[in-house]
Design a protein around this ligand. Sequence first.
Ligand code: FAD
Length: 473
Amino acid sequence: MSDTYDVVVLGAGPAGENLADRAHAAGLSVVIVERELVGGECSYWACMPSKALLRPVSAVHDAERVEGARQAVSGDLDVAAVLARRDEFASHWNDDGQVSWLSGAGVDLVRGHGRLAGVRQVTVTLPDGGARSLTARHAVAVCTGSRAAIPPVPGLADARPWTSREATSAKRAPGRLIVVGGGVVGVEMATAWQALGSKVTLVARRTLLTSIEPFAGEIVAESLVSAGVEVRTGVSVTAVHRQADGEVTVRLEGGEELRGDEVLMAVGREPNTHDIGLETIGLAPGSWLAVSDTCVVDQVDEGWLYAVGDVNHRALLTHQGKYQARVAGDAIGAQAKGEPLATEPWGRHSATADHAAVPQVIFSDPEVAAVGLTAEQARREGREVKVVDYELGDVAGAGLYADGYRGSARMVVDTGRGHLVGATFVGPGVGEMLHAATIAVVGEVPIERLWHAVPSYPTISEIWLRFLEEYGC
Ligand SMILES: Cc1cc2nc3c(=O)[nH]c(=O)nc-3n(C[C@H](O)[C@H](O)[C@H](O)COP(=O)(O)OP(=O)(O)OC[C@H]3O[C@@H](n4cnc5c(N)ncnc54)[C@H](O)[C@@H]3O)c2cc1C
């Protein structure tokens, strides 16, 4: 016997929760299936605990960069207190709060591992080993997220490497931590654990933060080095071995060996689609699920299958997954009522921002904040661009924010269309400045009109004035 709902959601991470909420608000009955903790990776092993580890680091550095305040900061970080605060932000890995939020939102929860079992059918293996069948009248949404990729490096799997999960939930700082990967997770966790007492070595195959403007990775690498991190770029790991005494050996190409107490693999993500029954509807298990702008899965007839969040590989960020969830949840609601969908670019049922307006803050020290296209990406798209670079330290507000403020900023303007297509800021406190740039990119605000958006004096946002002066306004 199968329980029937309008919508069945697989996975209660931020994407699944938001889609369920939105579809229910549209008047549909919704059930969500979760095999682990309601709230997903973001709440317990990603955004929340990682930022809770990093915030004390930047708070102390912010104070240390201001004469007068610097004298008030003495001693090291209180590691036990930082970890205890992190535990609070991870809700002690208990999902009671989010379960009651779901129930308040009117969404039913089934705990267990869900698998597609044909068109609009889902089977759940329950924690007690039993099974429950669910049928969707309108849509099934796969929101199963992603997990750390463990590459086939000889010896690695047996060496019990840390993934982002251990790096965000560890109860103590390892003496020596080898971080493999120069992307966001590698950089953020190297920043945090070095400050919390580990001796960190960061190994990256190329440079750091390669998806952002190159100057960002350069500044962050210099800053990691000055914090005591050994940064090794342009090298690959060829083998990993954990010895009987617990020490880990990481061999680099060329034969050199690094020794540590833990090795964190931060070399990318893979989709949680290996065991969700994709084969029952003709899709390949283990693949990312390609979707339309409404998040309907390609290659599935009748548009009943949605994939939202990390699993569709569009933008592996919580805020983008939640945006897609709002788009898809509203679309499912409209379709159920027989209403037409607004799927034109920037329409209500189109996740258009995923293409060229994704904002991202990297909570390294200094912070990196970027939205839209890099200069190279814009040129590769065939756009005529004008790039304006500016040293953030030359902005009056930045000098007040930190003595000897070090930072840099770039705006990329599509000169053919006369508006901003990308912006990148690197420096203390820049994360909170990003949304202004996001609005300019998404709103395609004409450069001449931006001139009239006057930034407050003396804030770091006066970078906008400097940008526009340099541009020629
Ligand atoms: C260390 C780290 C830090 C990050 N920091 C940030 C940040 O600061 N800001 C930001 O925007 N993004 C950040 N991210 C990315 C962010 O965590 C993800 O983009 C986000 O969690 C994706 O949400 P999701 O709902 O798609 O998937 P997830 O959060 O992965 O949730 C998927 C859920 O589905 C469940 N599930 C999977 N398979 C099944 C199944 N078969 N049956 C039932 N349930 C299933 C899982 O248990 C999980 O609860 C970070 C990622 C990492 C690794």
